[in-house]
Write a protein that binds this ligand. Structure first.
Ligand code: HEM
Length: 626
């Protein structure tokens, strides 16, 4: 049973003890010393590790018992119900488990079992309290806003994309950004600038669909736009703006035209291209050129998509450092971050050069957007085809002009973060909302009359004309369809805050500093306690009856001081493109009976896009000249 070393050690011990009783010579002393040295070596080489091993085992057993249902270093909340977790990792795996949609369903199941508040533990996050009550969510986001923050975990995990921008900022830094941005997102800007761009970009989608459906209507031909010179002038006209950032590009990996013969396109992909191009022009006056040829890949868009998908995986997976290193994903993230940053800095440096030349902040860029001449306003207040125009400053110009309380301006780094934060905020969210709306409008379970009512409203308000800021406000049913979509498929399906100081929630549950508190927007939108027995039904009428917006039970655009800055922007954009597409085309889902699978993201994409057949609208009594 004993190893050779242990026997030798005991021999050393016994020989040293027997010789200790007699006098020793120096030679014997040396011998004794060397034997003692050997003994220590053996102790170190054998017994000590055993001692350490034993200590380690006892400690591990203690840790295993202590954290038998929770993640390591998290103390469970004995006063709150919740699912038991696995030893040392708590509920980490089940909360990160794929497919993504199942996370929302699982959370909904836990609420059914444990009630409106439950707690669990997750590695990296510690104790996480899940809440489901609109009053509690309102308390966190509005009533006691200052007791909660985004916190370090959020900031560090998502740093490559958000940097110090508005999305991850807390405290004073957030306050400044919010104040500056609030001044920019106003009615005048929507009316004269963003609405015009939405219309023009929607027209490019129509041009593409016309090409697909073999119609030859193209008000902006491909050649007229790809040959346009790159714009650096202070005043930029429409044709100047349509500059593809990378004119020679490979075909897209994620294809838009899925089947040429039966005219099947991925509508979600089209909406991504539409919101990206729109944002390029609104953000810094240059289109990414995606809609000029939707079949060509735009490297920036590819890098941006991969980056957001990879970072969202990190957010849900505490072992990401290890797995990213193992799979080499960290290199991909670094390369994509560089592509995105390089692009942002290129835009900023161009503006700085213009600023220097003109002596005006940001270069004083104002975009003149022309869409044709000589029209008139119709009886309904709607502008007739071919008469629209607008002008305005882009986001970059407006942020370069903005100053903080001390009169200081944003640095290049600050501008880069701002650009990327707004791009992220404004691109995927609206594109996904639009995709889910087209899915809901055309799936087999939805009453046919919903689409009929929507078309009727579009035809009545627009009378065959183009949508404007004013018509978008008049289209109440269209807006209701969009909000109803976001209730069932919120673009931000889950949110989280860090508790900054101990607090008591409505209903009496205490939360403590350092805890995380989360609410599932996806689940709240389907909760029958909140929305009534028909909660799961797509029924836009509810927004025109009792459920008026804003309502504290609708949290898809958030609430309180950090409420979404772009909500009006988003629904005007959505109403514009929806109206222009439904004026001209009919859509048929390739799979009308099944819900699309959810993709991996911080937002709520469809994993496999939205394949639809597109054809020219047959019952159109209004014909719009183009
Ligand atoms: C369907 C479309 C959209 C939805 C559902 C949506 C939803 C949200 C949500 C839930 C938040 C809160 C995030 C948080 O603090 O945790 C938010 C914040 C924000 N959104 Fe949106 N958003 C949409 C479109 C847009 C657009 C188009 C823009 C701008 C162009 C925008 C700009 C912002 C900004 C700047 C914030 C940060 C506000 C702050 O922290 O003070 N959003 N949005």
């Amino acid at each position: 049973m004993f190893s050779k070393e242990a026997v030798a050690a005991s021999a050393v011990l016994s020989s040293s003890s027997s010789s200790s009783a007699t006098m020793t010579s120096p030679a014997e002393t040396n011998d004794l010393l060397s034997q003692f040295g050997q003994f220590l070596l053996l102790l170190h080489g054998h017994i000590l590790p055993r001692f350490l091993l034993a200590y380690f085992l006892v400690y591990s057993i203690f840790i295993l018992i202590k954290y038998r249902h929770t993640s390591i270093a998290a103390t469970p909340r004995s006063d709150l119900p919740g699912p038991k977790g696995y030893p040392l990792i708590g509920n980490t795996i089940e909360m990160a488990h794929r497919p993504v949609g199942s996370t929302h369903q699982r959370q909904m199941g836990f609420h059914k079992k444990y009630g409106k508040v439950f707690s669990l533990t997750v590695l990296g996050l510690g104790r996480v309290i899940h809440v489901r009550d609109p009053q509690v969510v309102e308390h966190i986001l509005k009533v006691n806003f200052w007791a909660y923050e985004k916190g370090g975990y959020f900031r560090e995990t998502l740093r490559p994309i958000f940097g110090n921008g508005i999305f991850s900022a807390d405290g004073q830094h957030w306050r400044w950004q919010r104040k500056a941005a609030s001044k920019i997102f106003n009615v005048n800007w929507y009316r004269s600038y963003t609405s015009t761009i939405f219309r023009q970009e929607s027209q490019l989608v129509i041009n593409y669909f016309n090409r697909i459906t073999d119609m030859s209507l193209t008000s902006l031909t491909k050649s007229s736009v790809t040959n346009a010179p790159e714009s650096t002038a202070a005043t930029v006209s429409l044709v100047d703006i349509y500059v593809p950032i990378s004119p020679v590009t490979p075909p897209r990996e994620d294809r838009v035209l899925l089947d040429t013969a039966s005219k099947v396109i991925d509508l979600q992909n089209i909406f991504y291209l539409f919101t990206l191009d729109s944002f390029g022009r609104i953000g810094f006056g240059e289109s990414f050129g995606c809609l000029i040829d939707p079949e060509k890949e735009v490297p920036f868009a590819g890098a941006f998509d991969r980056l957001t998908a990879n970072l969202s995986l990190r957010f849900n997976w505490p072992f990401w450092r290890l797995t990213d290193w193992w799979t080499g994903n960290d290199k991909q993230v670094a390369a994509d971050t560089k592509t995105v940053y390089d692009f942002a800095y290129k835009v900023i440096h161009r503006r700085r050069a213009l600023e220097e030349k003109s002596g005006v902040e940001g270069g004083g860029v104002v975009h003149e957007l022309r869409e044709g001449e000589g029209g008139e306003i119709g009886k309904t207040g709607v502008k007739k085809p071919g008469v629209l125009s607008g002008s305005g400053k882009d986001l970059m110009q407006l942020f370069m002009e903005a100053t903080d309380d001390k009169g200081e301006r944003l640095t290049d780094d600050g501008l880069k973060d701002t650009l990327i934060n707004f791009l992220l905020a404004g691109r995927d969210t609206t594109a996904q909302g639009l995709s889910w709306m087209f899915y809901l409008l055309h799936r087999s379970q939805t009453r046919k009359e919903v689409l009929t009512k929507l078309r009727d409203e579009i035809d009545t308000v627009l009378q065959g004309g183009f949508p404007t800021y004013e018509t978008a406000l008049a289209q109440k049913y269209t807006k209701a369809c969009f909000f109803e979509t976001l209730r069932l498929y919120p673009s931000v399906p889950q949110n989280i805050r860090c508790v900054l100081e101990d607090d008591t929630l409505p209903g009496g549950v205490k939360v403590y500093k350092g805890e995380k508190i989360t609410w599932g927007i996806w689940g709240m939108g389907r909760d029958t306690d909140i929305w009534g027995p028909d909660a799961e039904e797509f029924r836009p009428e509810r927004w025109l009856e009792g459920d008026k917006f804003p309502s504290t039970k609708f949290v898809s655009f958030h609430l309180g001081p950090r409420t979404c800055l772009g909500q009006q922007f988003a629904y005007i954009q959505a109403i514009t493109v929806t109206s222009m597409l439904l004026q001209k085309f009919e859509f048929e889902l390739v799979d009308p009976d099944n819900e699309p699978v959810y993709g991996t993201s911080l937002t709520l994409p469809m994993a496999n896009g939205l394949p639809v057949r597109v054809s020219r609208r047959r019952d159109n009594s209004f014909h719009r000249e183009e």
